[in-house]
Design a protein. Structure first.
Length: 335
């Protein structure tokens, strides 16, 4: 099995990366550094301490200074990416396998027990196979803290729709599941929207209607959705991606059927370039960051800022806006 979103990999140097996307160069995995060994690290596993790095610029800066060999200009994606050769991978952490291991363990900590409870809640309420759910994030690699959330991955389009319906129902009932309250959102708004300038009102409106995040029995959760391998068929090099510059656009979302998946995608029409790089036709908005999933609904008029990208696939070209590469990226529905 190949590498996909939600997986983690660990190198022979002890660096731990989270895998990005579903398309990777032959013999490599595109992944972002997440944890690295450090004497003053706040996370501990066995006898080693690790530091967590999450900000995208900080991830690149750390590798540029310490492990520049993992920074590569990718000719297919047209930009500098973090790519780990399989020869440097000491361990491949897979969400489904880890969750199965936790189910068999007799020495779970409170967070792991809560995670299994949440996984069982999803499986039973959505009526999906147990082997279509996995655990990602810090629990996957054994570096969870008392503040870690419950990070699950659901595989398959049909399972995704079932889980989404179950979570929406649970959030509406408000018993074991609860949406983020305003106090929680205020604590994340500044960090996420400082550069983009999105108001707290707009931020709260979008975040509170998302069903893949919230609290389960008082513990924060996040659910990531992936399509099965037999559905997602893109092969590295089949499409060529070329950055065209930064731009602001407005448009109408005409298809949000891929809004829940990573990567998420919104088909848009009546697109107008408000400012920045321009090209035609801009037919979609996409992101590999979970925070942009379920960001807009079919029929909504949106304004977005991100990287304009030309995509050439089988000699046909189109343009899309990519969100999440820079802290100033955003997409909001005009209300």
């Amino acid at each position: 099995m190949g590498f996909r979103e939600g997986d983690f990999i660990e190198t022979h140097e002890g660096l731990i990366f989270d895998v990005k996307g579903l398309v990777h160069p032959p013999g490599k995995a595109i992944a972002f550094i997440r944890y690295f060994p450090s004497f003053n690290g706040e996370r501990k596993r066995d006898d080693l301490r690790y530091r967590k790095v999450y900000d995208l610029d900080e991830r690149y800066a750390f590798l540029r200074e310490n492990y520049p060999q993992y920074l590569v200009h990718d000719p297919v994606f047209g930009e500098e990416l973090i790519e780990v050769p399989v020869t440097q991978i000491a361990r491949h952490y897979q969400p489904i396998r880890k969750l199965a291991e936790l189910r068999l363990s007799s020495s779970l900590n409170p967070l792991e027990r809560k995670l299994l409870d949440f996984a069982d809640f999803i499986v039973e309420s959505a009526h999906i196979p147990r082997d279509k759910v996995g655990v990602s994030g810090s629990i996957l690699v054994g570096l969870a803290s008392t503040l870690s959330d419950l990070d699950l991955v659901v595989y398959g389009a049909e399972n995704t729709l079932k889980v989404d319906r179950a979570l929406k129902k649970g959030l509406e009932e408000g018993k074991r599941l609860k949406r983020f309250d305003l106090e929680t959102l205020r604590s994340t708004h500044i960090g996420r929207c400082r550069e983009s300038g999105v108001s707290f009102e707009d931020y709260a409106f979008h975040e509170q209607r998302k069903s893949f995040q919230g609290f389960f029995d008082g513990v924060e959760f996040f659910v990531r959705y992936l399509k099965d391998w037999n559905v997602f068929r893109e092969v590295y090099g089949e499409s060529i991606y070329t950055p065209m510059g930064r731009t602001w656009i407005s448009g109408i979302v005409v298809d949000d059927s891929d809004a829940l998946f990573t990567p998420c995608f919104y088909r848009v029409e009546d697109v107008k370039v408000v400012n920045g790089a321009s090209a035609e036709p801009i037919s979609g908005i996409t992101s590999f960051r979970g925070r942009f999933c379920q960001q807009a609904l079919t029929g909504e008029h949106v304004i977005a800022h991100g990287k304009l990208e030309r995509v050439i696939c089988h000699s046909k070209a189109y343009y899309r806006l990519v969100l999440g590469n820079r802290p100033e990226d955003f997409m909001v529905a005009v209300r």
